[in-house]
Design a protein around this ligand. Structure first.
Ligand code: CDP
Ligand code: MG
Length: 216
C-alpha cells in the first residue's frame, strides 16, 4: 500500500479517482497478470469495485503518460435478476423438458418458479400481446395453446441476457451451434423455448404466470 501511495502522490486524489474509473472499465476482468513486472499488486479501497488490484504503467492510449492499470480480482459483478422462460409445447411434447432443465441448472440458474400449464388461445394471446399485429400472431397463439408447456422463473446474475444467449436466436436455423433452440427447435415458429428480452417484459411475464407466493 505504501508503494502505491507514494506513486499515487504524483496525482491529485480526483485524478486518481478519474483514472481509476476510466481504466477499470477498459480492463476486462479476465486479465489478472501484472502489466508492469516491477510494480507490486496493490489493493485499493477508493475505487468503484469491491476489490481491485492496481499496477502502475504507461497508458496505452497516451504514450509517455503514467497511469494505473486496474483489475477486478473478483468475477464481473452483475445484478442478480429474474427472467421468465417457457419450454414450449413442441419441446415438451417431444420429451425434451428434462434435458432442457438439466441445461438450465448446468448454466447456473436457480429455478425459483416452475409449473406445467396448458394455455388457452386467449391466454397465449394475452402473453404475446405485443405481437398482436404481426402476421404470425394467429399461428403463434394456436401453437402455444396446442399442448402443455412448462413455465419457469430463472434467477442468476444477468439472468435475462444469459438465458437469451443460452437459447439462441429466434430461428433455430440461424441459432448458433450449442444453443438450445438450435438443438431442440425445428422452425421459427416451433422454436422450443421462450425467454424475456428486458427487465420490464420479464416483470410482466413472471406476473402473468406466477403469484409472488409461488416464487420460492
Ligand atoms: O421469442 P423471441 O423473443 O426470440 O422472438 P419474438 O420476435 O419475440 O417472437 C415471439 C415468437 O413468435 C417466437 O419465439 C416465435 O415462436 C414466433 N415467431 C414466428 O412464428 N415467426 C416469426 N417471423 C417471428 C416470431
Ligand atoms: Mg420476444
Amino acid at each position: 500500500m505504501a508503494g502505491f501511495l507514494s506513486f499515487a502522490s504524483e496525482f491529485s486524489a480526483a485524478t486518481v479517482d478519474t483514472r481509476a474509473r476510466a481504466l477499470y472499465y477498459r480492463v476486462p476482468h479476465e486479465i489478472r497478470q501484472p502489466v508492469c513486472a516491477a510494480a507490486p499488486w496493490m489493493i485499493l479501497s477508493n475505487v468503484p469495485a469491491p476489490v481491485l488490484c492496481a499496477a502502475p504503467c504507461d497508458l496505452a492510449d497516451q504514450p509517455g503518460v503514467k497511469g494505473f492499470m486496474f483489475f477486478n480480482t473478483l468475477k464481473e459483478e452483475k445484478t442478480v435478476e429474474r427472467t421468465f422462460a417457457i419450454i414450449k409445447p413442441d419441446a415438451f411434447a417431444a420429451g425434451h423438458a428434462g434435458r432442457i432443465l438439466t441445461c438450465i441448472y448446468e448454466a447456473g440458474f436457480t429455478v425459483v418458479g416452475m409449473k406445467k400449464i396448458w394455455l388457452s388461445e386467449v391466454q397465449a394471446g394475452g402473453f404475446y400481446h405485443v405481437h398482436r399485429d404481426r402476421p404470425f400472431f394467429a399461428d403463434l397463439t394456436a401453437f402455444m395453446s396446442s399442448g402443455p408447456c412448462v413455465a419457469l422463473v430463472l434467477e442468476a446474475p444477468g439472468a435475462i441476457a444469459r438465458w437469451r444467449e443460452r437459447m439462441g436466436a429466434t430461428d433455430p436455423g440461424t441459432a448458433a451451434a450449442g444453443t438450445l433452440r438450435r438443438e431442440f427447435g425445428t422452425s421459427i415458429g416451433c422454436n422450443a423455448l421462450h425467454g424475456s428480452d428486458a427487465p420490464d417484459t420479464a416483470a410482466f411475464e413472471i406476473g402473468y404466470f406466477f403469484s409472488g407466493m409461488e416464487l420460492l
